[in-house]
Write a protein that binds this ligand. Structure first.
Ligand code: SF4
Length: 214
């Protein structure tokens, strides 16, 4: 049983995925770091399409911290109730907005440490905001990135945070943000959670799960 990919194999897998999938700026619609933060908080257990539908309507009415705060938890809930976990998301967005106004002069903070102090913000959300709103090299690990990177054998970890740190070691820093999206696209289109299309997968010759099954 093969347990680890060689550096050359990792390089080949990254190149194949990079060439196979388009560059994605983000799946979410936003026009400011604050809007992006809200969209990413809403995206937990909710499709990007649904989030974009919600935020199109919400941001047309309220898009700044002051305007969202003026809606209050109940008012915000009316806009986001088609999202999963909408009650806790509404509470978290209002609490995070108060903190942004009180502690960060109304601006979304641009460090991991500060972002993690905001209610409803974990490392995945913070990494997406740091990458897209502030151009920092990060690799956000969502359910697809976690599943796919561990199946391929890029990393061998038991949770998303350990996966994030392991991916940062194995991938060139210039590829971190890019590979977040390429791994998501590969997970959505080929390496699905329940029935991965291994025979059609362009990296099956290198994938540890596939090779160890054969
Ligand atoms: S070979 Fe199968 S398990 Fe491996 S990356 Fe491709 S689809 Fe996923």
């Amino acid at each position: 049983m093969k347990k680890k990919l060689t550096k050359q194999e990792v390089h080949t897998i990254v190149s194949l995925l990079d060439n196979a999938y388009e560059d994605v700026a983000t799946f979410l619609h936003y026009s400011s770091p604050y809007e992006l933060l809200i969209a990413v908080i809403l995206s937990a257990q909710c499709t990007d399409i649904r989030v974009n539908q919600i935020t199109t309507e919400l941001f047309a009415h309220a898009s700044t911290p002051q305007q969202i705060l003026a809606l209050g938890t109940e008012g915000l809930t009316q806009y986001i109730k088609s999202a999963g976990l909408f009650r806790s998301k509404s509470k978290n967005i209002i609490a995070a907005t108060e903190m942004i106004l009180d502690r960060f002069d109304g601006e979304v903070p641009n460090t991991m440490e500060q972002l993690l102090t905001l209610p409803g913000v974990g490392r995945k959300t913070a990494n997406v905001v740091l990458s897209h709103a502030f151009g920092q090299d990060t690799i956000a690990v969502d359910t697809h990135v976690f599943r796919v990177s561990n199946r391929i054998g890029l990393v061998c970890e038991k949770d998303p945070i350990a996966t994030e740190f392991a991916l940062m070691k194995v991938l060139d820093q210039s590829m971190w943000s890019k590979m977040h999206y390429k791994l998501i696209l590969h997970g959505r289109r080929v390496c699905a959670a329940r029935s991965p299309k291994c025979e059609d997968c362009l990296i099956h010759a290198y994938c540890l799960t596939y090779r160890n099954k054969k």
